[in-house]
Design a protein. Structure first.
Length: 168
């Protein structure tokens, strides 16, 4: 049985303004009214993995929402990592420019899971992460690890909000 993950990411405060390809052919999403100018996908994706949809009946606030769909076998990589070689699947975006950690900064997003979302125990499905450039580092199972500060997972029929602290 194939696992199908459909995640709708609703970002009402960003007022997205469309998609583009950068100089290296990487897929991106332009933003307005935010400290970020755009979001880039650094590991590629298939056409079904991401859609930017205008539909105010499904958007939590505003007119637009982002739809992510991950299917069995949707693995990608870059110069230093291959999800395909490590039995992992993902679609993700990183924001640019990076923001300096100063003053008050608030970030938020909403998640809406499809009615047919399948939580495949014992696998943990990560639904969202917040990373900090220059943030925590360490090792996990002998490999270099750069964990997110915050991570939201679906596991064993529940949602988990994880706060990462490294112990050494």
């Amino acid at each position: 049985m194939k696992k199908l993950l459909i995640l709708l990411l609703l970002v009402p405060t960003l007022a997205m303004s469309g998609t583009f390809k950068d100089d290296e052919g990487k897929f991106g999403l332009k933003t307005k009214k935010s400290g970020f100018k755009f979001h880039l996908n650094f590991m590629d994706h298939n056409d079904h993995n991401f859609q930017y949809i205008k539909d105010k009946t499904k958007a939590r606030a505003g007119k637009y929402f982002q739809r992510f769909e991950l299917r069995d076998g949707d693995c990608f990589g870059d110069d230093s990592w291959s999800d395909c070689d490590t039995d992992r699947e993902r679609v993700e975006f990183s924001t640019r420019p990076r923001q300096a950690p100063k003053g008050k900064q608030c970030y938020g997003y909403s998640l809406m899971l499809s009615k047919d979302f399948i939580d495949t125990h014992p696998t943990s499905t990560t639904l969202g992460q917040v990373h900090q450039h220059g943030g925590p580092t360490g090792t996990a199972e002998g490999l270099a690890s750069f964990p997110p500060l915050i991570q939201i997972d679906a596991r064993s029929g529940s949602l988990f909000f994880n706060w990462h602290e490294l112990s050494g």
